[in-house]
Write a protein that binds this ligand. Structure first.
Ligand SMILES: O=P(O)(O)OC[C@H]1O[C@H](O[C@H]2O[C@H](CO)[C@@H](O)[C@H](O)[C@H]2O)[C@H](O)[C@@H](O)[C@@H]1O
Length: 277
């Protein structure tokens, strides 16, 4: 049986207490890569932790809403997560592309805005830019449809490759009206105007939630952490969970609770489901 850990902060303990007291009003927001799915070298091979879907399926019927909030296209997160057609997850929502896309398990429908024209322009220029910047073997482009991402995890010196490309990729993105979203050894060029904070706030407000838990691991999750801070100041208790890693420290510094990567997140979800059953 997974025990529930005690958050390190007063606000976090209040958030957890509110969630346990009124679970039917609670929204559970979860990042995908690094939080529900262990980080691997090839994003195509990333899969949800084997305990993630069973834990979510046990927890979801006891809360107001479970939402996966991810930089991935929603359809990819649904496929790699194994989230479709799961008893217990009939009301799961996946907010993909940092909230620009919304997939609902209830209908299987995906809603998304029209593509940003800057993405096609960036896609065309990117190979030449990487050549000119001397990006070596192992640096590669992930095609994401509404965005493109340059990964350096497989480069000889991943952090040096990331650092060297950040400036040129920012210039390229800016010229075409896009932004650069830095992540775990990845620089994503994507349309502006949406982030995980906006996505989470919209979802929490639409749900009329009385408590929120958000778990993430990466820089792209910081806006969602800030959104929970905003909700707290508006009187909605919240719990901030960091899926801990040695690669990113910014979330651990702001979290109420740091757990041991996806294994720890799954343990927490199981503990919540057990406590609420
Ligand atoms: O918002 P997320 O669900 O965390 O997605 C963010 C990015 O995750 C993926 O990249 C990360 O995971 C890969 C697989 O483990 C890993 O190889 C890579 O180094 C990580 O940065 C994904 O490929 C990106 O498109 C997402 O934006």
């Amino acid at each position: 049986m997974d025990l529930l850990p005690t958050p390190a902060t007063r606000a976090g303990r209040d958030g957890l207490a509110a969630l346990l007291a009124k679970p039917r009003t609670a929204v559970i927001g979860l990042d995908f890569d690094g939080t529900l799915a262990p980080i691997v070298a090839d994003p195509e091979q990333a899969r949800a932790h084997p305990g993630a879907v069973p834990a979510l399926a046990a927890l979801a019927p006891r809360v107001a809403s479970v939402a996966v909030v991810t930089g991935r296209p929603a359809e990819v997160a649904v496929r790699h997560g194994g989230f479709a057609d799961v008893p217990g997850l009939e009301h799961l929502v996946v907010l993909g592309h940092y909230g620009a896309e919304r997939w609902q398990a209830a209908t299987g429908e995906l809603t998304a805005p029209p593509p940003h024209p800057g993405v096609a322009a960036v896609r065309a220029e990117l190979p030449g830019l990487l050549d000119r910047a001397g990006a070596g073997q192992g640096t590669w482009i992930e095609e994401k449809g509404r965005a493109v991402a340059v990964h350096t995890r497989r480069a000889q010196d991943p952090q040096a490759a990331f650092d060297a490309l950040r400036g040129p990729l920012t210039d390229l993105a800016t010229r075409h009206g896009l932004i650069v979203e830095p992540g775990r050894l990845v620089l994503e060029l994507r349309p502006p105007g949406m982030d995980k904070g906006v996505a989470l706030l919209d979802h929490v407000r639409a749900t009329g939630a009385g408590a929120v838990l958000y778990a993430g691991d990466d820089l792209g999750d910081l806006p969602a952490f800030a959104a929970v801070g905003k909700l707290r100041s508006d009187g909605v208790p919240g719990l901030l969970v960091c899926s801990g890693s040695t690669e990113v420290t910014e979330l651990a510094e702001r979290a109420d609770l740091v757990v041991n990567g996806p294994e720890g997140v799954v343990g927490l979800l199981r503990g919540l489901a057990a406590r609420l059953s």
